[in-house]
Each structure stands twice: as C-alpha cells, then as structure tokens.
Design a protein around this ligand. Structure first.
Ligand code: COA
Length: 162
C-alpha cells in the first residue's frame, strides 16, 4: 500500500531542520505532502505563495514530495487529502510540550489521524525560523542553516528593510 504523510508547518522560512525532517520522513513513507499553513497566528514575512514557491524549488527533483498550502484546521486538510499520518520534528522540551498539546487536540478532533514525531538531528536542534531571520537581517550568513534558495529570498526581503 502506498503510504503518504503530511509534514505541516508555517515554514516562514523553511530551515534545514524542516528539510531534514521531510527527507527522513521519505525513508518511512512513500510520499510526503509538505503543507504550508496559510492562517498563522504569527505575522509571517513571506506570503503563503512565496513559502510554497521556495519549497517547490527546493524539492523539485524529488517526485515523491508535493508542496501544498492549506487554510483552516490541519485535520480538515488531512481529511480532504485522505491522509492519516502527520510528521512533526521535535527539537527540545519546549517543542515537546507544544507538540504534545497540538497532537492531543488533533486527536480529539480527528481520532483516526496519527502524529509521528521525529527527533531533530543534532546539527539542527538550535535552529528556528526566528533565529535565521535575525541572523540574515543583521548581515550574517545562512550557510548550513538554510537552503541557498531560502537565503537568497531572505536577503532580498529582509536586507532592503534596514
Ligand atoms: N528543525 C528546526 N526548526 C524547527 C523544526 C525542525 N525540525 N521544527 C520546527 N522548527 C521551528 C521553526 O523554525 C519555527 O520557528 P519560529 O518559532 O522561530 O518561527 C517553529 O519551530 C515552528 O515552526 P513550524 O514547524 O514551521 O510550524 P508551526 O509550529 O508554526 O506550525 C501548524 C504549526 C501549522 C502545524 C499548526 O499551527 C496548525 O496545524 N495550524 C492549522 C490550524 C490548526 O489546525 N490548529 C489546531 C492545531 S491543534
């Protein structure tokens, strides 16, 4: 049977930590849908279309990765797509608490849906989208933390502001 998982997130911007989770999910699942959340509680710097475009470019050689965006509840999106598994990365204890809450809420809303957690690999445990934005804003480089496509877009977006 063909197994598909959704990797949901804000991806504002995607970091190498996110890409690592998607690539490792592909060792377990046949296909991965990278699902970009449109209605975020945080104020995003990239539009949903920009985030989707970056991710599509990054994964363009990988035919088993689809990049899509969704509005509203993740469980409704998963249901519409007929997918029963989500994959999320966990970096530390505070991620754990947040993810645990989210997984339980999703389980209450959609008992059929499972969340699979992956421990972030060592090199990425300190990374976050906010840290990357700060580094790029103040003139730092994103090597090893973000894909070159993301770095280019971030520099265009953030450095013209200062
Ligand atoms: N490696 C490195 N960094 C990671 C990471 C990893 N493996 N996983 C997460 N992060 C970081 C991100 O860089 C980001 O950093 P920031 O806080 O500085 O921006 C942060 O962790 C979380 O970002 P991300 O994983 O992109 O997404 P999110 O936690 O904002 O996404 C959704 C959450 C979209 C999955 C969730 O809000 C959702 O499902 N929304 C839809 C509405 C809904 O259904 N709500 C009910 C859910 S209970």
């Amino acid at each position: 049977m063909n197994k598909t998982a959704i990797c949901p997130g804000s991806f504002d911007p995607p970091t190498n930590g996110h890409l690592n989770i998607v690539n490792r999910a592909l060792k377990i699942f046949d296909n991965v849908i990278v699902a970009v959340a449109v209605n975020m509680t945080k104020e995003p710097i990239f539009t949903p279309e920009e985030r989707v475009q970056m991710l599509r470019e990054i994964f363009k050689e990988q035919r088993n990765v689809e990049v899509d965006k969704f509005e509203g509840l993740l469980v409704d999106y998963a249901n519409r797509r007929g997918v029963k598994t989500m994959v999320r990365g966990i970096r530390n204890m505070s991620d754990y608490e947040y993810e645990f809450q989210m997984a339980l809420a999703n389980k209450t809303l959609a008992p059929d849906l499972e969340t699979v957690f992956m421990m972030t690999e060592g090199d990425y445990s300190h990374l976050s989208s906010s840290i990357i934005k700060e580094i790029i804003t103040f003139g730092g480089e994103g090597k090893g933390m973000i894909h070159p496509i993301v770095e280019k877009k971030l520099k265009e977006k953030l450095r013209k502001k200062i």
